[in-house]
Design a protein around this ligand. Structure first.
Ligand code: HEM
Length: 488
């Protein structure tokens, strides 16, 4: 929490509030996240008589099991309860009554088969920061229209044209790390940010001052993501909201300049959003561009960070990845153009399996949130209207029924396709990740140059996971990286 927020809270009846400070913080977060669900709970209680609620504990009044969630780590919290109550259980966290589901069938029910009954839900402060018209918060026709536009820009046919631009970003990122100890996660965030901007605005815009200005504003915005939503001058939240306004203006300026130039042939996301037939307003475009940056950056950076950790810890796997990547270089010996191509990225099956296994083991998005829009019965249990429903991706990925010896890092398990609905690193159903092809491509391109030209060693002594909010190796995985002597 920033200083000013703290002062504001302490100034009002000092002694009492001081004692209740952690509780107060929680209340503020909750009141923004869950105002509607409480109203609805009463209405749905009559229907609750029809079918029982799933097993589980609702914890203490109001705070529920929130303290248990934070005093443990989320992984143990959910795993313990699954062991105790089975694959569908209730709890009460962050002020919201919740149903957790951890079987592939239940996740499919919530995300795919009955997706219309479970709407996406986020804290109101997140919605204000990203923009209320961003795709994450939508359902129905407007959501379908946004998805069409996003998929048009990120489907394989569009993504294949981005290989050269991404390769350029990967090569320059790696050479800037050469000879240094770096915080892997922070550096991967910069790389993933650049790739996202390239695919949104195209390569011509990348070197412009306005993109630099956009980056600086975005850095200010993200500092407030997890702050208390107190919009008073001096607070982090206020600074973030100001940066958010500026970002809207920057996107509006880029839109005007694109309209002046009449660059309608472009295959980037901006061009897709600007398609006159789809008639998005400038505000809708800005909300979704900021939303895509938010969705694309920390996720991809976290997965890349885990890959570097797992490869460093498994020299045999690193050797196999390096050999596969060297094979691609060898095939280009004597050729004039040695640039990586889309076809090359299709000849990296082992590296792909390492990425898949990393996404399974690390499960950086441990779960997602939905809210029941009406009372729903599932396997004889009631999911009441207004309750949050959390499909637990991590539990599904770490269940021995779905993946044998689940704690072992073993890419070979992906030589056969996983059982249906057991592997969901990119989600599933109507809100599944539209950026998955781009994410895979940028990881493959970076790994190609990393493994063939560089070596790295872990320089932190700390092991373990931190959540920020995605699961990450502790301290962002400090590594020392240097160029191989024989690399050309
Ligand atoms: C390895 C990296 C990534 C992972 C693990 C990931 C994971 C996910 C997941 C699990 C969801 C579904 C969330 C839910 O159902 O509530 C999602 C949605 C989304 N992702 Fe990704 N993502 C990644 C990279 C990207 C990239 C690179 C982009 C854009 C270029 C992107 C854009 C989006 C968008 C816009 C949504 C919302 C879709 C909707 O609501 O319809 N993601 N992502």
């Amino acid at each position: 929490m920033d200083m000013l927020s703290l002062i504001i809270i302490i100034l009002i009846p000092i002694s009492l509030l001081f004692l209740l400070l952690p509780f107060l913080r929680l209340l503020i977060l909750l009141s923004t996240a869950c105002t509607t669900s409480k109203r609805r709970r009463n209405k749905s209680s009559a229907a609750a008589a029809a079918a029982p609620l799933p097993p589980g504990s609702m914890g203490y009044p109001y705070v529920g099991e929130t303290f248990q969630l934070y005093s443990d780590n989320p992984i143990n919290f959910f795993a313990d309860r699954q062991n105790k109550y089975g694959p569908i259980f209730k709890t009460h966290i962050l002020g919201c009554p919740c149903i957790m589901v951890s079987s592939p069938e239940a996740a499919k029910f919530v995300l795919v088969t009955k997706a219309a009954l479970f709407k996406p839900t986020f804290p109101a402060s997140k919605e204000r920061m990203l923009g209320p018209q961003a795709i994450f918060f939508q359902q129905g026709d407007y959501h379908a229209r946004l998805r069409r536009l996003l998929l048009r820009a990120f489907m394989p046919e569009a993504t294949r044209g981005k290989v050269a631009g991404i390769e350029h970003l990967a090569v320059s990122a790696l050479s800037s790390w050469d000879g240094h100890t770096i915080n892997t996660y922070q550096q991967m965030k910069i790389y993933a940010f650049n790739v996202a901007l390239l695919s949104i605005f195209g390569k011509d815009e990348m070197s412009s001052c306005i993109i630099e200005e956009l980056k600086q504003c975005y850095y200010t915005l993200e500092k407030g993501y997890n702050s208390m939503p107190i919009n008073l001058p001096g607070t982090l939240f206020h600074k973030s909201m100001k940066a958010r306004q500026q970002l809207g203006q920057i996107v509006a300026d880029i839109l005007s300049s694109r309209r002046r130039k009449g660059n309608v042939e472009a295959s980037d996301l901006l061009a897709s959003f600007m398609d006159s037939k789809e008639a998005l307003t400038d505000a809708q475009i800005a909300d979704n561009i900021i939303g895509v940056i938010f969705a694309a950056r920390d996720t991809t950076a976290s997965v890349l960070t885990w890959i570097l950790k797992y490869l460093a810890e498994n020299p045999n796997l690193l050797k196999a990845v390096t050999e596969e990547q060297m094979e691609i270089i060898k095939c280009k010996e004597g050729a004039e153009d040695k640039a990586l191509t889309w076809a090359d990225t299709k000849r990296m099956p082992f590296t792909c399996r390492v990425i898949q296994e990393t996404m399974r083991v690390a499960s950086i998005l441990s779960f997602t949130f939905r809210e029941a829009v009406e009372d729903v019965e599932y396997q004889g249990y009631l999911i009441p209207k207004g309750w949050k429903v959390l499909p637990l991706f991590r539990n599904i990925h770490h269940c021995a029924d779905n993946f044998s010896d689940p704690e072992k890092f073993d890419p070979s398990r992906f030589e056969l396709p996983p059982k249906p609905n057991t592997f969901m690193p990119f989600g599933s159903g109507t809100h599944a990740c539209p950026g998955n092809e781009l994410a895979k491509l940028e990881m493959l391109v970076l790994l190609h140059h990393l493994t063939t030209k560089y070596r790295w060693s872990l320089s932190g002594s700390e092991t373990g996971i931190q959540f920020g909010p995605f699961a990450l190796p502790r301290d962002g995985l400090p590594i020392r990286l240097s160029r191989k002597a024989n690399a050309n």
